[in-house]
Design a protein around this ligand. Structure first.
Ligand code: FEO
Length: 396
């Protein structure tokens, strides 16, 4: 499959409907993904990015039907992560001398992945490449969006921004344009992608977007490297990123817990009752961590102004599922969010302290010392949880 996007620009990537896990096991891709590669056929022929390694033979075979590979003048590698550079070894076997344009960090990353000394041409923000017919590619370094080597490039006259990972989503679809797909699905995948991949780099996102907007270049199309191509009001996703990058939160309290014999679960429900008594407008959501997709949990935390994390005490600590999500939370560097802990226990009861320490180290403003209940909570303990919920609801 290939198709024309505009003028002499073609999509030559791969739609991966089967993908269910990405970054090893770290990111669930319940709707698959796409690896978008682009071919520009002006007086000069340019290939922008490739696809993931398992599709490298298929990619090179399809590409050779689009263009005599020896006619490719330039390969642009916007980002070295192997979902985009994975077909380079297969491609460069056929065109070993063709220059690869990338950032200085890109050279390190590509060499680090493939240990090949290809014809690298280092570019930085503002550098240009003439393609003939009065068109140019302008390079923009996108450091930490989301790797040190990340880069975008802009095709003049056609006004296409090839943004690589930025503004993408893991969303397999055959329409390939933002206006043709289900808008709810698209939004869900965009915010999940931002929450899980870009949150730690929000300060860079905000600064870089403002820098690009200040250039006042017309953008007709944003051609990302995953999911849809933004052609209908393309800057809508840029505006979303600006919102998400600035300590985003909704009026949501998320209660995350795991439970052994339902004691901690019953505490979660009693806390919810207390919150609801005080505030009927706040969106309270409860998730059993062990039964929920961890990336969906990160997305819900991203949307929250307060999170409550619960675990019974086990072995002087917390359940492994809770430890896992706390470790993920730490890496996200969330800002401007409040938190508290809860959990039941049999004899030692350290869980609320352990969780509290994790949350503090992860940058949350911890509201109190948490609440714990001995054994299976009785009516009196549950009433204390309801009161705890009221206190949380009153926290502004
Ligand atoms: Fe889509 Fe950072 O790779």
């Amino acid at each position: 499959m290939s198709f024309k996007i505009k003028s002499n620009v073609y999509w030559v990537g791969k739609v991966d409907w089967e993908l269910r896990k990405f970054h090893g096991n770290e990111y669930s891709t319940n709707r698959g993904s796409t690896y978008n590669s682009y071919l520009i056929k002006e007086e000069k022929i340019v290939l922008i990015d490739t696809v993931w390694k398992p599709f490298s033979k298929e990619f090179v075979e399809n590409l050779s039907k689009e263009i005599d590979l020896s006619k490719i003048d330039y390969v642009i590698t916007n980002h070295a992560e192997s979902d985009h550079s994975g077909a380079l070894p297969e491609l460069m076997k056929k065109i070993p001398e063709t220059p690869i344009y990338c950032t200085a960090n890109g050279v390190k990353s590509i060499k680090g992945h493939y240990h090949k000394d290809w014809n690298f041409q280092v570019v930085k923000t503002g550098d240009t490449l003439d393609l003939g017919n009065g068109k140019q590619l302008i390079f923009v370094e996108m450091r930490m969006l989301h790797w040190p080597d990340s880069m975008a490039c802009y095709l003049t006259k056609d006004n296409i921004l090839f943004s690589n990972d930025a503004f993408g989503q893991h969303y397999a679809n055959e329409f390939m344009y933002n206006d043709l797909v289900d808008q709810n699905e698209l939004y869900a995948e965009c915010i999940k992608y931002y929450a899980n991949i870009l949150t730690p780099f929000s300060a860079f996102v905000d600064k870089k977007i403002k820098e690009v907007l200040d250039l006042k270049i017309p953008i007709d199309i944003i051609a990302t490297s995953h999911g849809v191509i933004w052609r209908d009001n393309p800057t809508q996703i840029v505006e979303k990123y600006l919102t998400w990058a600035n300590d985003y939160q909704e009026n949501q309290i998320t209660i995350l817990y795991d439970t052994m014999w339902d004691g901690t679960k019953r505490m979660a429900e009693a806390i919810t009752k207390g919150i609801r008594e005080i505030d009927k407008k706040v969106n309270v959501k409860l998730y059993n961590i062990a039964k929920t997709d961890k990336n969906d949990l990160i997305t819900e935390i991203f949307k929250s102004r307060i999170i409550l994390v619960g675990s019974p005490t086990i072995g002087g600590g917390i359940l492994s599922s809770v430890a896992e999500i706390l470790e993920m939370i730490k890496g996200m560097r969330f800002k401007n969010k409040k938190a508290a802990s809860f959990g039941c226990y049999g004899w030692s009861g350290e869980s609320i302290k352990v969780i509290k320490e994790h949350l503090e180290k992860s940058g949350f403003s911890v509201i109190n010392d948490g609440i714990r209940a001995l054994w299976n909570p009785d009516d009196e303990s549950l009433e204390k949880c309801v009161e705890f919920g009221r206190e949380i609801a009153n926290t502004k």
